[in-house]
Design a protein around this ligand. Structure first.
Ligand code: SAM
Ligand code: DTB
Ligand code: SF4
Length: 335
C-alpha cells in the first residue's frame, strides 16, 4: 500500500506532474489499483438551492451579482423540491446529493434553518448529504454535522499565490479556516480546484501541495475544468486541454492516494475516450445529472451507458461509515 504522506514539496510534485504522460498515467493507475474498489465510481449530484446574486467577485463564477451572466437568480428552494431532486438523483445512481448556495458565508438566519431541514430530509433518504455554502464558523459546522451532514465542499480553486488574481473579496486563509472548522466537526472534507483560469503549471502544483499537506487529506478532491461563462471576466479563456486534466488527476491520485479524485466540471466537452483516460489516471468520482449548479452536465443515462462500456459501477452510499463515524473513516483511509 502506498504510504499517505503530508510532506510533499513543490519540487517533488512538479517532478511527478512533468513525468512523460504514459508513465504518469501508469504510476497513478498502479496506485489506484491498490484499492480493491478501483472500478467503483462515487457519484454526486448537484442542486443549486440558492442561485445567483452572490456578493463575491470570483472571476469564474456565473453566480456573482456583479457580472451580467443571465443566470436565473432565485431565492432558497422549498425543501420538497430538494427532496424530489434527491430522489431523482438516487434513482439515477447517485450516492450523494450536494446542495450549493451562492453565499459568501453562512449566516445564522432563517435560510440556514431551511438548509438544516434539507440536510435532515435528504439524510433520511439514505443518501450522503453534502453542502457547499461558502465560509462557515465552528458552530455552524457543528450544526450541520448534528443535522447529519456527511461532507462539505469548499474549494481552494487555485494556488495561494494566484488567489488574488481570481478573488479579492476573501483570502486563502479564510478558505483554509473553513476547512479546519469542517474537520473539527468531523464532517468529510471535499476541496479541490479549477484548471483553465489562466494559472501557471506552478500554481496547479502549489494548490496540490497545499491540499496534500493538510493535516489530513481531503476525502474528496474535485478537479474542475473551467466552464467559461459569458459575462464573467474569464469568459474568453481557452478550454483546457484534456492532457492537462489527465495530468492534474494523475498527480492528485499519486500525492493523495486514498482520496476520491473527482473528474468534475467540464465533462460535456469531453468524449467517452477522454473521460476513460481520466478514470485510468485515478479519477474515482464524478458529478452526475443534467446540470452542475447553473451549467449543463451529461445526463444520468449517458453516464450509465459510459459506466457499462468501461466496466465501472456506482459506489454505494456510506461505504466509509455514517456521518460522525470518524474512526471508521480514519480506518478506511489508513487501511
Ligand atoms: N458559494 C460557495 C463557495 O464559493 O464556496 C459555494 C458555491 S461555488 C459555485 C462552488 C465551486 O464551484 C467554486 O468554488 C468553484 O470551484 C466552482 N465553480 C464555480 N463556477 C465555476 C465555473 N465556471 N467553472 C468551474 N468551476 C466553477
Ligand atoms: C465543485 O468542485 N464543482 C461543482 C461543485 N464543487 C459545487 C460546481 C461546478 C460549477 C460549474 C459552474 C456552474 O454550473 O455554475
Ligand atoms: Fe459566490 Fe461561490 Fe460563485 Fe464565488 S464561487 S461568486 S462565493 S457562488
Amino acid at each position: 500500500m502506498t504510504e499517505v504522506r503530508h510532506d510533499w514539496t513543490k519540487e517533488k510534485i512538479s517532478e511527478i506532474y512533468h513525468t512523460p504522460l504514459l508513465d504518469l498515467i501508469y504510476r497513478a493507475a498502479t496506485i489506484h489499483r491498490e484499492n480493491k474498489d478501483y472500478a467503483e465510481v462515487q457519484i454526486s449530484s448537484l442542486i443549486s438551492v440558492k442561485t445567483g446574486g452572490c456578493p463575491e467577485d470570483c472571476a469564474y463564477c456565473p453566480q456573482a451579482a456583479r457580472y451580467q451572466t443571465g443566470v436565473n437568480v432565485h431565492a432558497i428552494l422549498p425543501k420538497e423540491e430538494v427532496v424530489a431532486a434527491a430522489q431523482k438523483a438516487k434513482a439515477g445512481g447517485a450516492s450523494r446529493l450536494c446542495m450549493g448556495a451562492a453565499w459568501r458565508e453562512v449566516r445564522d438566519n432563517r435560510d440556514f434553518d431551511k438548509v438544516i431541514e434539507m440536510v435532515k430530509a435528504v439524510n433520511e433518504l439514505d443518501m450522503e448529504v453534502c453542502c457547499t455554502l461558502g465560509m462557515l464558523n465552528e458552530a455552524q459546522a457543528q450544526r450541520l454535522a448534528d443535522a447529519g451532514l456527511y461532507a462539505y465542499n469548499h474549494n481552494l480553486d487555485t494556488s495561494e499565490e494566484d488567489y488574488k488574481r481570481i478573488i479579492t473579496t476573501r483570502t486563502y486563509d479564510d478558505r483554509l479556516q473553513t476547512l479546519e472548522n469542517v474537520r473539527k466537526a468531523k464532517i468529510s472534507v471535499c476541496s479541490g480546484g479549477i484548471i483553465g483560469l489562466g494559472e501557471t503549471v506552478e500554481d496547479r502544483i502549489s494548490m496540490l501541495r497545499t491540499l496534500s499537506n493538510l493535516p489530513k487529506h481531503p476525502e474528496s478532491v474535485p478537479v474542475n475544468a473551467l466552464v467559461p461563462v459569458a459575462g464573467t471576466p474569464l469568459a474568453e479563456q481557452p478550454r483546457v486541454s484534456v492532457w492537462d486534466m489527465v495530468r492534474m488527476i494523475a498527480t492528485a491520485r499519486i500525492v493523495m492516494p486514498r482520496t476520491q479524485v473527482r473528474l468534475s466540471a467540464g465533462r460535456t466537452e469531453m468524449s467517452t475516450v477522454e473521460q476513460a483516460l481520466c478514470f485510468m489516471a485515478g479519477a474515482s468520482s464524478i458529478f452526475a445529472g443534467e446540470k452542475l449548479l447553473t451549467t449543463p452536465n451529461p445526463s444520468f443515462d449517458e453516464d450509465m451507458a459510459m459506466f457499462e462500456l468501461l466496466g465501472l459501477t456506482p459506489r454505494k452510499a456510506f461505504k466509509n461509515g455514517r456521518p460522525n463515524q470518524a474512526e471508521e473513516i480514519k480506518e478506511y483511509l489508513e487501511a
